[in-house]
Design a protein around this ligand. Structure first.
Ligand code: ATP
Ligand code: MG
Length: 320
């Protein structure tokens, strides 16, 4: 089957280990097999905050993170919402295909509203999953490597594609989500690891920053280290992190640490994460700001060509 891969991230801060094991590792693998589009979702930043903040700096950082983990701009098209008006325009017909109550039911939107610092919930907060349908469908994406929080949004996309095709004729494929090895990595506070929640280990963190973050992680005082997510969430989360970085099972690591206590667990985790991040840090340092600007300009031009074709096809199907 000829899949097209679409995936992306908001430029709200540095990418973290949750991104890597939730989505980035799959992207690196998929770029060799299929055409792949990687979206820097800049318009999505203002869903849950009043201003885009340091959007340019975060956009550069995000692109460097992609390059650092091995996303290759010769294989993948990396682009921004704000550079592709035709993609954004697809949101108009798509919004007409979903009901307000369907939008209100979205569990990820509810969770994000609960964590938002905004006093009033914006219309974009409820409708950005439809914007994501435009993100996926502008390139006729069929495979979407994402973390667990994105599953409801991929469902919205399928709904939009199905209803559009029913109403106007077959234009769009129904995409599938593809979850990574760890679809919901927890942060050092026990909640979803998120760039905006101050609980993440960034892929760009230095060795010392990584050590300091892990030192502060909440554990417990039992000497014997065991993997028990219910009873010992903090300890288990560190075992999960170290296990992912070492390619080993958390239980096996727990057995090995035995009665070494939290201090040994934290040392093992710090070493595992730092070892894992070393080649990523090295590759990040190889690129300049000028490289980033050029990669983005080329990706935006390629994505826009695709979007023009799809918008034209959608408008023709609609009889415009
Ligand atoms: P923000 O806090 O700004 O929303 P985020 O950390 O949630 O940032 P996003 O840009 O919203 O990151 O998400 C990008 C992609 O990474 C999505 O596919 C999402 O599912 C995935 N992802 C984010 N956090 C995690 C996590 N903790 N575990 C697994 N996948 C994750
Ligand atoms: Mg998010």
């Amino acid at each position: 089957m000829n899949d097209v891969v679409l995936t992306g991230d908001r430029p709200t801060g540095p990418l973290h280990l949750g991104h890597y094991f939730g989505s980035l590792a799959n992207r690196v693998m998929l770029q060799d097999k299929f055409p792949m589009y990687v979206l820097i979702a800049d318009y999505q930043v203002i869903t849950d905050r009043d201003v885009p903040g340091e959007i340019r700096r975060h956009t550069t950082g995000l692109l460097l993170d992609y390059l650092a983990v091995g996303i290759d701009p010769a294989k993948a098209t990396i682009f921004q919402h704000s550079a592709i008006p035709e993609l954004n325009q697809l949101m108009l017909p798509f919004l007409s295909l979903v009901s307000v109550s369907e939008l209100r039911r979205n569990p990820t939107v509810k969770d994000e509203i609960a964590h938002s610092s905004q006093s009033a919930v914006s219309g974009l907060m409820f409708t950005y999953p439809v914007h994501q349908a435009a993100d996926i469908l502008f390139c006729k994406g069929t495979l979407v490597p994402v973390g667990k929080d994105q599953l409801p949004h991929v469902e919205v996309t399928r709904l939009v594609a199905r209803r559009f095709n029913e109403r106007y004729g077959p234009v769009f494929p129904l995409p599938e989500a593809m979850m990574g090895e760890q679809p919901l990595l927890k942060g050092l506070d026990g909640g979803k690891m998120s760039k905006s929640r101050g609980n993440a280990i960034a892929l760009s963190a230095t060795e010392d920053e990584t050590a300091a973050l892990i030192r502060k992680a909440v554990t417990d005082s039992e000497r014997l280290i065991t993997f028990d997510e219910e009873r010992r969430p903090g300890v288990s989360n560190l075992l999960t992190l170290a296990g992912l970085c070492l390619g080993r099972s958390p239980r096996e690591l727990a057995d090995e640490i035995g009665d070494g206590g939290a201090a040994t667990l934290k040392r093992v985790t710090t070493e595992a994460v730092n070892e894992f991040l070393r080649p990523i840090r090295r590759r990040r340092a190889e690129y300049s700001e000028a490289d980033v600007r050029q990669i983005l300009a080329e990706g935006n031009a390629r994505a826009r060509e695709r979007a023009v074709l799809t918008l034209d096809e959608a408008q023709t199907a609609m009889g415009f």
